[in-house]
Design a binder for this molecule. Structure first.
Ligand code: F0G
Length: 462
């Protein structure tokens, strides 16, 4: 008999062995808590959150294989065997020659920025990431956005909205000269654009142009396995390649990578910088002892490196990465079908609500995305994150607010943590809020830290 179900269903490629209970709270309780937190979801206590979609960073559930690896931690100060295993796996799956572990991604960004950027140089990139840009600026560089225009448009359905605009990159070279460009960063996929992927073809073009002028290409490989999955699904010629093959080919067009292991690699802490150039490696290896720890642990315990090395092997398998991205897609589809304004196409790690359309009546200077994240918490106990004006910060030269085109709320999906039912509940809550959107009011910022203000800024309701 023919199967009457329209789509072949999917399910988690794992079963659950240990659970962590969630606390249910009342609306009155949450109203009080968000006020105490200055309407900033980063300042809530996690025990007051029901479904935590703040981030996919370090919030992953590790497997039994990873937990078993934790017991094999070689906690030697120097030359831990876990380091060598991680080095082997980075070579095998990423293809870079040399590895420097760091406590997380921003540790890697700090080292690389300090080693490669000279004062007043330019650092082009396909949209900024908060910590990446700040480290570039602290090292004396000026970030220049060279992403394609479609990335700034939440309704464009370009399949590779994370692509670098090759003409913008060329124009920058013509304008300032190649020697004033420290390197180009390619983030794949692009977190701030909504988790939008970069095509292999585009990465090749970036690499060719950069090579012609002797400019290094640095990959932010944080979620590059998700990017590889999108290439497999969307780009001609990759359908029959494995995610592992695509991922390694993509890395091959770069000279170096910074990595936050807290995402793709299914761990709670860890990162690295990996390079092909011996001289740069020597400098990084020297610098890491100043900021992180010896070059064979870089701020991590041996067990953390073991879990990350094992995480690479698990995450990259086709069935795991496809489940990961398809679960995010399922959540996005629920919201889209309910008519909620989201960024499309849905990216690899999160669904982004478009606060400019959701709260049309709230002007950007009253922080509609910040308010939407706060309202969603009060409505349902679901925690999300602002990715708009507060995250964008201020221009380092003029001190003025940036007014980014994208004013978003990110509902981020931790890996292997929540089930389909949790996303049904979260989508229902967003819908409830959408139905009464006209009654919402904006916020006023009353405290603003100097760096990465979104983490600790405080607001008052208008
Ligand atoms: N690059 C990208 C693309 C990221 O998303 C992050 C972190 C980093 C670098 C920095 O890595 O946190 O390990 O120091 N993103 C987290 C997020 C914080 O929630 O998106 P880190």
């Amino acid at each position: 008999m023919e199967n009457q179900t329209k789509h072949k269903p999917w399910a988690e490629p794992y079963k659950i062995k240990m659970v962590e209970p969630l606390k249910m709270t009342t609306r009155e309780y949450r109203e009080e808590k968000i006020k105490e937190a200055g309407y900033n979801t980063f300042l809530l206590r996690s025990e007051d959150v029901y479904i935590d979609l703040l981030t996919d960073s370090g919030t992953n559930a590790m497997s039994d294989y990873q937990w078993a690896g934790i017991m094999l931690g070689d906690e030697a100060y120097a030359g831990s065997k876990n380091y060598y295993y991680l080095e082997d796996n980075v070579r095998k799956y990423y293809g870079y020659k040399y590895l420097v572990p760091t406590h997380q991604g921003r540790g890697a960004e700090n080292l690389l920025s300090q080693c490669l950027i000279k004062k007043d140089q330019y650092v082009p990139g396909n949209m900024y990431f908060t910590t990446t840009r700040l480290h570039q600026e602290l090292a004396g560089g000026n970030f220049v956005d060279v992403i394609i225009d479609e990335a700034h448009n939440p309704v464009s359905d370009h399949p590779f909205k994370g692509n670098v605009d090759i003409q913008k990159f060329q124009d920058l070279i013509n304008k300032v000269g190649a020697e004033k460009i420290a390197y180009i960063t390619v983030g794949a996929p692009v977190n701030m654009a909504g988790g939008q992927p970069v095509s292999m073809e585009n990465m090749k073009q970036v690499s060719e142009l950069a090579k012609k002028y002797g400019i290094k290409v640095v990959l932010d490989a944080t979620r590059n396995m998700e990017n590889a999955y999108f290439i497999q699904k969307r780009e001609a010629g990759y359908k029959n390649k494995t995610v592992a093959e695509i991922h390694k080919e993509f890395c091959s067009y770069s000279d170096a990578a910074t990595m936050s292991g807290k995402k793709d690699l299914l761990v709670n802490i860890g990162g690295f910088v990996a390079v092909n150039d011996w001289d740069l490696f020597e400098e990084l290896r020297n610098m890491v002892v100043v900021y992180e720890g010896l070059h064979t642990y870089g701020g991590l315990a041996g067990r953390d490196m073991e879990a990350m090395a094992r995480g690479i092997e698990e995450a990259i398998r086709d069935e795991n990465i496809s489940f990961r991205v398809e679960q995010v897609g399922y959540f996005g589809k629920l919201l889209k079908e309910a008519g909620i304004p989201i960024v499309e196409p849905v990216g690899g790690h999160a669904v982004f609500l478009d606060a400019k359309r959701f709260y049309e009546h709230i002007p950007q200077i009253e922080f509609p995305a910040q308010k939407l994240a706060a309202d969603l918490y009060v409505e349902s106990g679901v925690r999300a994150m602002e990715r708009g004006m507060v995250s964008a910060g201020r221009n380092k030269n003029t001190g003025d607010h940036y007014y980014p085109k994208l004013e978003l709320v990110r509902l981020t999906v931790p890996r292997r943590v929540y089930t389909q039912a949790h996303f049904d509940v979260a989508a229902y809550a967003v819908n409830e809020l959408y139905e009464k959107r006209h009654t919402a009011k904006g916020l006023k910022m009353i405290y603003e830290p100097k760096y990465l203000r979104f983490f600790q800024a405080r607001f008052e309701a208008l």
